[in-house]
Design a protein. Sequence first.
Length: 133
Amino acid sequence: YPLSESKGREIKLNDLSVHGVGEEIDLYIPQENRRYRGEVVKVDVTAAGNRVLSGFFDKEMRRYRFTFTVGESQTFGTLQTEQGRYQLEVRNGIGRIISAAKIIQNLDFSKPDYVIPKRRETMGKDAVGGGSR
């Protein structure tokens, strides 16, 4: 697995679209050099036809949750382990997994993350494109 931590680590993921409630998911997290086994506790289908699988890696305590949204060729996921939270994006079985802490480490939350556009001057009736309406 490549070590480019700033963009996550490469991951291979089996097709999750066939998993149902009560079935187990195995996931290797390279950042932890550890394999997790979790149980699917809920499956929903979105209006677009994507399957959303939710469950826990520790089904007894229900602390470490995972959620995978599985489309035709892409899977997006968020998961939590005792060592942290992760996000993954996979296309056709190959993708990247990144620590949520890495995603936000250089963000400055004291600054707004939006821009308010400047208001345009209203056009007078003599301006090109202007006139009464």
